[in-house]
Design a binder for this molecule. Sequence first.
Ligand code: NAP
Length: 273
Amino acid sequence: MRLNNEAERLQEQRDQDHKQSRSGIMINNIAGKVVAITGASSGLGEAAARDLSAQGAIVALGARRTDRIESLASELNRNGGKALAIATDVTDAEQVKRLVDAAVEIYGRIDVMLNNAGLMPHSPLERLKLDDWNQMIDVNLKGVLHGIAAALPHMKRQQSGHFINVSSVAGHKIRAGGVIYAATKHAVRVISEGLRMEVKPYNIRTTIISPGALDTELVDRITEPDIRESVRKLVYESALPADTFARVVAFAISQPDDVDVNEIVFRPTRQEF
Ligand SMILES: NC(=O)c1ccc[n+]([C@@H]2O[C@H](COP(=O)([O-])OP(=O)(O)OC[C@H]3O[C@@H](n4cnc5c(N)ncnc54)[C@H](OP(=O)(O)O)[C@@H]3O)[C@@H](O)[C@H]2O)c1
């Protein structure tokens, strides 16, 4: 692919940063990186976009609520960052590919694929909420696969890259009433660990992030009102702010290129689950 002027300029900047880091001058290993983020319209994705942009990353924002990602991209650009917004429904592999391809087309490469989009409409299995089950499988599980499919060919060609897949403490533990969510988040960890082993030859890093309760819109989207209220009360009273997640993402990305942080589990100190 022929690089445009913007991409060439960014590459020069990266080469310069690389030389500086070799000569001992500290750089954060985030500035100049091109990061695609799914689910960037609220919560954790939005917080990560803001934090990474503030640290000099170029962010490609994907979500279905385009008004939100467009206004976030405008804000980040106004503040001196580089951001673009692309309408992305992660259940459609073509749309995720379009998000990643747009980043590569404009900025020359993709350094980090943050597969973050997800939802958690908990309910006991006996309520037979098949639409919720299917949506969780389509977004939380297939959405991550679509992110891998979109970014992996570029990362192989570059011989570098970093997948960050968002699981959950529910990817480690099962809770009655949250079985399908836990199944999708366990699957994200299985896929990420398999990916880690398979992409070794291409110098690609993989990180699973498994958060506990964080204050976002996740609980608002639980479709059963009684479950929504009990989850809010039992688990989310001690929820941490979303920027806690952003700091964890930045930690993983900012490690030297030969350090592959494979999994981080974190939760509020008071959270039992
Ligand atoms: N908050 C927590 O306590 C917590 C804990 C552990 C793990 N997580 C995980 O963190 C991730 C982010 O969730 P959050 O807490 O930030 O919740 P949130 O505020 O509800 O954000 C969810 C994001 O996912 C996006 N999304 C949902 N369906 C989508 C689809 N079909 N295509 C593209 N984007 C879609 C939403 O964007 P649109 O609706 O605009 O498309 C939104 O940006 C999820 O994977 C969640 O499971 C959260």
